[in-house]
Design a protein around this ligand. Structure first.
Ligand code: ATP
Length: 627
């Protein structure tokens, strides 16, 4: 169980009186630090939602969703928020930060819910960096309200909504508004929200994924929001990493906050959950297609699988390539219409497909530039060619709660340490376990070393937090080389461009269908398939089914174990943690990545050399051509 460390108030105080008060709190806390921490740890391990002082309606609602026990950050943050303190909470990805603020926020609004006269503007704002997150938080708050049966209303607004729709949404005088920072100035400009009314009504302001808000370019937007936040308003700042941006926001918005930093086990901060096993494979950029084919086709990684690439074109290349081998994938990127993106996420979360290829929102600028250049060239050639537009509020990676993703694959390495942490955080959510595999080319090695040394922490540079992937032998990879290279050649730039355009057209049509269909049938998930084939020809049987003789014995064994582990973990896994925690933890023993080595040792990296390259064990099959 993690331990939340309470750092004393460390903000620049706007008022002397408050600064003095804060120092008192600091002194008192410092005075009893060791004992307090031990006590805290002891108490935290046993704290239930009841003991945190939560309303029984909320506890019942959580229980209906299978959530019985608070996560460490919830245990620590909820009492402070209920007390009315400004809070900065930093805890790793997937640690349950959303409920850590939503539960006390709702409880505070419960007392208002019986009021006859509603306030003219929402009294709680939750600001998130992307539309996808907006939808996610809105869904979370909506089920809580529904299950608690209270007269509260939440709405979500995004910048792309027509003014009439915004007016409509705000017409019912909601108490809670979930939105992006960019949307608020737009609402002011369109006369949909009144700054004076907000100054009167606002009681709680949450900045979720605070480490990302500024990197999404929301600084000016946030300044226009903060200028109208009344002094009495309670402000909460949730974040997965520390950065200068978080410090900046803290100074901009919070007053005398309590700073909570969640640490697990030791004092060393581990930004990636310890229940995620991190692996890597060293290969050339050209060989990445071959390696991902081996990972997926030989089934040595567990489904569901989220694959990150850095550009949209690469996503389509990968999709077309894998299709030829009968591996169906769906694609998620910032040029798809919003309805489609949300629907793809919903389908993936519901388990309707196993492989999702996602572009990292980090690369928006790069993509935008590429698209611009492309557009200029294209428009000269052919004015009717498709011109994709990227959505500035797109963000699939950061903060999105992908359900039951067992493996994250970095096909392309992310361009920053923070990007890596957020990507890997899409698995191992709450109490579940997961793994990641990064394909690292020589060009990416420098960035990879940076990530490794950041994760290892100060003075511990050589410790292997990301270890070579053990379940794929060099022979197994080589056995697929001929096919992979042959098929890779057939995935031309023209094929990629056509597929990208076709997919976009399909999704635009889907998006319209989705909009009207979901208005009538909000729970119907299976209307449209997002992992349908883009190539015109079906995969050839000899590529779809890899003959057994091609796969060496060790890889076959690894694949069998992965399947067994999946069957053991499969159907009965629930997203709610609480009561099932013990059971889930004991299942970790069935994870072949924890117990299996391609060289047959109990646990280790036997199938790979220390540098992440495949094993050169000669006992397995030799490279074979099969055409
Ligand atoms: N007490 C709990 N017990 C079990 N599951 C929980 C609990 N609290 C939250 N969860 C689940 O854990 C998952 C991750 O939660 P959440 O999205 O809030 O994480 P997060 O800390 O915000 O991660 P990120 O930084 O990536 O956004 C969600 O599916 C959520 O429903």
């Amino acid at each position: 169980m993690g331990k939340a460390k309470v750092k004393p108030v460390d903000d620049v105080k706007p008022e002397v009186e408050e600064a003095e008060k804060a120092e008192e709190v600091e002194e008192q806390r410092d005075g009893g630090e060791v004992a307090a921490e031990e006590e805290e740890e002891e108490a935290e391990q046993d704290k239930s939602f009841e003991e945190l002082g939560l309303d029984p309606r909320l506890i019942r609602a959580l229980s209906k969703k299978g959530i019985e026990k608070p996560t460490p950050i919830q245990q620590t943050a909820i009492p402070y928020i209920l007390e009315g303190k400004d809070v900065v909470a930093r805890a790793k990805t997937g640690s349950g930060k959303t409920l850590a603020y939503l539960l006390p926020l709702l409880q505070k609004l419960f007392s208002d819910s019986g009021r006859k006269e509603k306030k003219p503007a929402p009294c709680a704002f939750v600001l998130v960096p992307s539309r996808e997150l907006c939808q996610q938080v809105y869904t979370e708050v909506s089920w809580l309200i529904e299950l608690c049966r209270v007269q509260l209303k939440a709405v979500q607004l995004t910048s792309s909504m027509p003014v009439s729709a915004m007016r409509n949404a705000l017409g019912g005088l909601p108490e809670i508004l979930v939105t992006t920072p960019a949307c608020i100035p737009k609402c002011f400009a369109d006369g949909v929200l009144d700054p004076a009314a907000i100054s009167d009504s606002l009681e709680i302001l949450v900045l979720d994924e605070a480490d990302l808000l500024l990197s999404y370019g929301y600084e000016d937007n946030l300044r226009s929001v903060t200028s109208i936040v009344p002094r009495r308003c309670q402000c909460l700042l949730m974040s997965a990493t520390t950065s200068s941006d978080v410090e900046k926001l803290k100074k901009l918005i919070l007053h005398n906050p309590v700073v909570l930093t969640l640490q697990e086990g030791s004092d060393k901060e581990e930004p990636v959950p310890s229940n995620v096993q991190q692996f890597w494979i060293s290969c050339s950029a050209q060989d990445k297609l071959l390696h991902i084919l081996a990972l997926l086709k030989l089934e040595v990684v567990q489904k569901k699988i989220l694959i990150f690439i850095n550009t949209i074109d690469m996503g389509f290349k990968l999709k077309l390539f894998l299709e030829k081998f009968g591996i169906k994938t769906a694609i998620l990127n910032g040029e798809l219409p919003q309805n489609s993106r949300l629907h793809i996420l919903e389908q993936f979360n519901a388990g309707l497909f196993d492989y999702l290829i996602a572009t990292d929102d980090n690369n928006q600028t790069k993509e935008k530039e590429e698209v611009k250049g492309e557009e200029n060239k294209e428009s000269k050639k052919n004015k009717r060619r498709f011109k994709p537009k990227l959505d500035a509020e797109f963000g699939v990676v950061r903060g999105i709660d992908f359900k039951k993703v067992h493996t994250v694959i970095n096909y392309d390495m992310p361009q920053s340490v923070t990007g890596y942490i957020h990507r890997i955080g899409r698995t191992g959510r709450a109490y579940s376990s997961g793994s990641s595999v990064s394909l690292v080319s020589p060009d990416e090695m420098e960035g990879f070393e940076e990530i490794k040394s950041f994760l290892a922490g100060e003075g511990d540079k050589d410790s292997d937090i990301i270890t070579p992937f053990p379940l794929l032998t060099e022979n197994a990879v080589e056995s697929l080389r001929y096919r992979a290279e042959d098929i890779a050649k057939s995935v031309t730039k023209i094929a990629i461009r056509e597929s990208r355009a076709q997919d976009l057209r399909n999704e635009i049509i889907n998006s319209e269908k989705l909009k009207s269909h979901f208005e009538a049938n909000p729970r119907d998930l299976d209307l449209l398939k997002h992992d349908k084939l883009l190539s015109k020809t079906a995969p050839a049987p000899h590529l779809r089914d890899i003959p057994e003789y091609l796969v060496d014995a060790k890889t076959q064994e690894a694949s069998k174990m992965v399947k067994l582990a999946r069957a053991a973990m499969g159907g009965s896994r629930r997203s709610g943690g609480g009561a099932n925690t013990k059971k889930k933890r004991s299942r970790k023993g069935g994870d072949p990545l924890k117990t299996f080595s391609a060289n047959g040792s109990k646990r280790g990296h036997g199938g790979q050399k220390k540098d992440g390259k495949g094993s050169s064990d000669g006992s397995a099959n030799k490279k074979q051509k099969t055409n």
